[in-house]
Unconditional design. Structure first.
Length: 392
């Protein structure tokens, strides 16, 4: 299988290793963390440890301090969530004078990994979130394929759409049958977990109600709340909370759930081909899911800086990025000729947006209003907007 170069991530890893003794790559299963990390190991045979490999795990459990302490250069520890106690050892090694080694760790379960790392390695670790493939990496002209198949490298690079959805089905079978149960959902069978994921996929881009989901699946809202939290920790689902800029009493308080990968969403909705996607009732939600993920990924903003804004019976903005350099809105419209609306002007005034972007299928960037800062951004130009936000 051909590899797609991921130069931006490689650059970020190099910069982080030059500054921090420990660098952690976190992200969903099969997004390419191991592929990114492996070349940084000073010696693949000696400096690369895969904690899902029994021999490597046994060696480090028995004598992590002795083995890792004897190495210099860059040491890669893959799937570090399998051994969270290892971070205490890394803290000691990172504090050595003239530290002879740098440690690059990867992990797939956010709370388990980040809690262990934050407690033991405060001030010593750089966190880098690894998403699936982006438009910047695959080429903007391949946006339809990326939208349909998603950013898992094996899915995107599959021979055809049917092989691609088979890859995603196998991915889901592994997550549902093993990983998610091991990570905290062992009290429910795989049928329930798949139904929950299908429900989230069908609601992706809409406000989410734990109680309604619980009624559908015949469990309590607290159970749904717990399990959605696990899906977030596994980097399958993103939760956007309402942005509160005023004391507006009509602001909707419910969050919005977004599937992080449009291809996984399509597999759960049984959408294998572009023609079926284009005619499906969830086309708008799928487009919003894809564009939100690409915007957040390519702008490299922190998760806590991304919001939604929605007033009951009135204005809304699909995505608000509240960055140190400005506040920007994004509306996702699957239309060849989107137009401005009163809602957009209300959002600009209420939220004090520096600019509102309307993301649509297309190839250009153009002003949509003579007086208001509203830009129509074709999906093939989204990378330019995100790169500008990164540099501000």
């Amino acid at each position: 299988m051909a590899l797609i170069p991921r130069y931006r991530f490689q650059e970020r890893i190099r910069e982080a290793l030059a500054t921090y003794p420990v660098v952690a790559l976190v992200g969903a299963r099969q997004v390419g963390k191991s592929t990114l990390a492996r070349p940084f190991a000073s010696s693949e045979d000696i400096h690369f440890f895969d904690l899902e490999r029994t021999l490597d795990a046994m060696r480090l459990r028995e004598n992590a301090m002795g083995i890792l302490g004897s190495l210099s250069g860059t040491v890669v520890i893959d799937e570090a969530q399998e051994m969270p106690e290892l971070f205490a050892t890394l803290r000691v090694l990172a504090d050595r004078e003239h530290c002879p080694a740098r440690f690059l760790v990867t992990g797939s379960v956010s709370p388990r990994l980040m809690n262990a790392g934050s407690e033991s390695l405060a001030g010593r670790v750089a966190w880098i979130r690894v998403d699936g493939l982006s438009l910047a990496e695959v080429g903007a002209d391949h946006w339809r394929r990326l939208w349909l198949r998603g950013g898992l490298p094996r899915s995107f690079l599959a021979r055809d759409d049917w092989q691609s959805i088979e890859v995603r089905e196998n991915y889901l079978d592994s997550l549902i049958g093993r990983d998610l149960r091991f990570w905290g959902m062992s009290d429910h069978d795989p049928v329930y977990i798949r139904r929950l994921l299908m429900l989230v996929s069908d609601a992706s881009g809409q406000t989410w109600n734990h109680s309604e989901a619980g009624n559908t699946l015949r469990v309590s809202y607290k159970t749904i709340q717990k399990h959605v939290s696990i899906l977030q920790g596994a980097f399958l689902v993103r939760e956007l909370h309402p942005f509160v800029a005023t004391t507006e009493g009509r602001l909707r308080k419910k969050p919005k759930l977004i599937m992080r990968d449009s291809g996984v969403m399509h597999a759960l909705l049984q959408l294998a081909e572009q023609s079926r996607l284009e005619s499906h009732s969830r086309l708008g939600g799928s487009w919003e899911t894809f564009c939100i993920q690409q915007t957040i990924s390519m702008s490299e903003c922190n998760a806590e800086d991304a919001y939604l804004w929605n007033v009951q019976g009135g204005a809304e903005v699909d995505l608000v990025l509240d960055l140190p350099t400005g506040r920007y809105g994004f509306e996702m419209k699957h239309s060849d000729a989107p137009t401005t609306t009163r809602s957009m002007h209300t959002a600009i005034d209420t939220l004090n947006l520096d600019r509102l972007h309307v993301i649509h299928p297309g190839q250009t960037i153009q002003s949509m209003h003579a007086q208001a800062p509203i830009l129509g951004v074709g999906i093939e130009k989204l990378e330019e907007i995100c790169r500008e936000l990164r540099r501000r």
